[in-house]
Write a protein that binds this ligand. Structure first.
Ligand SMILES: C[S@@+](CC[C@H](N)C(=O)[O-])C[C@H]1O[C@@H](n2cnc3c(N)ncnc32)[C@H](O)[C@@H]1O
Length: 279
């Protein structure tokens, strides 16, 4: 909790803990939508304060999950030290991808990560042998430079590349991946909102336009048995997320939800996204 007594998913420095998912029950959607409206109105200043903390942090290093290594976070890039969603999403993806590999006779899946930021999740998955090859993308050129820096730092060689892209725009239409993941900027802003700098892309998705394109494009960019994952949270608009998935004929199921601190108000959620395929 912050000094304005408003719950925020970002300012907590408490470790993120998790519960197992409920596989997509949506009984509390209306209640969540109301809470969401109130919270969106209340949190604007708070999220900007935390972005300022990120702006002031400058270059720093953070541990890479599942290894003894660190990566660098460069200025103007979404910091895993300040924003804690990756603490739930990355270890949960470790488990998911270990299962994926078992189901596919030990074959290592390829990964496309949208909005990779510093590369914390995609590079953790790669350096622990869970995915290859890896394409990291971001709309922010600072983030793409940061990913390239960390790819070199970790000596990933030609198995990892970073690309500036607005969701799938820079990919050729036929390119397919076994796993596609995005820790999405889940605060919805009005459609006419304009990001004032690169860091704001880390939190705000006007009209959920990028989220919609991510979900609709999955069937085009996933391999036949491929699977999508979405990092989200209970103060994103879960009702709208479900509507987007239903419209796109994509099945949404909850994999894991963190137990929020401060009385459980704030939760991160990892969802699995499976396009309904014609048989
Ligand atoms: C919540 S941050 C996650 C960063 C990193 N993956 C992590 O977990 O620390 C969302 C990321 O998505 C990027 N992003 C926002 N809109 C995007 C878009 N339309 N296309 C690609 N990336 C986008 C942001 O620049 C930011 O790096």
């Amino acid at each position: 909790m912050n000094d304005k007594n408003i719950p925020t998913p970002y300012a907590s420095h408490a470790p993120v803990t998790a519960t197992t998912g409920d596989n997509g029950e949506s009984g509390h959607c209306d209640e969540v939508a109301d809470t969401h409206q109130q919270w969106v109105l209340a949190q604007a200043d708070i999220s900007e304060e935390i972005l300022d903390e990120n702006r002031d942090r400058g270059r720093h290093s953070v541990p890479l999950h599942g290894t003894e290594k660190t990566i660098d976070v460069l200025p103007d890039v979404f910091s895993p030290e300040i924003f804690h969603g990756h603490e739930l999403f990355t270890p949960t993806l470790f488990e998911e991808l270990d299962d994926y590999k078992k189901r596919h006779n030990g074959v290592t899946p390829s990964l496309l990560e949208i909005g990779a930021g510093s590369g914390i999740t995609g590079l953790s998955l790669y350096k622990t042998g869970r995915v290859a090859p890896v394409t990291l993308t971001d709309i922010s050129d600072a983030a793409v430079r940061n990913c390239r820096h960390n790819i070199e730092l970790l000596q990933c060689g030609s198995q990892c590349m970073a690309l500036e892209s607005d969701v799938y725009d820079a990919l050729s239409p036929g390119t397919k991946y076994d796993v596609i993941y995005w820790n999405h900027p889940w605060i919805e802003k009005p459609e006419d909102f304009r990001h004032k700098d690169l860091l704001q892309y880390g939190l705000y998705d006007p009209g959920y336009s990028a989220l919609r394109r991510f979900i609709v494009g999955l069937s085009q960019h996933l391999s036949d048995d491929g699977v999508g994952y979405l990092g989200f949270g209970n103060f994103g608009d879960e009702k709208e997320l479900r509507e987007i998935c239903a419209d796109a004929n994509v099945e949404l199921s909850e994999v894991k939800r963190s137990v929020g601190d401060e009385g459980g108000e704030v939760e991160f959620v990892l969802y699995k996204l499976t396009p309904c395929r014609d048989v």
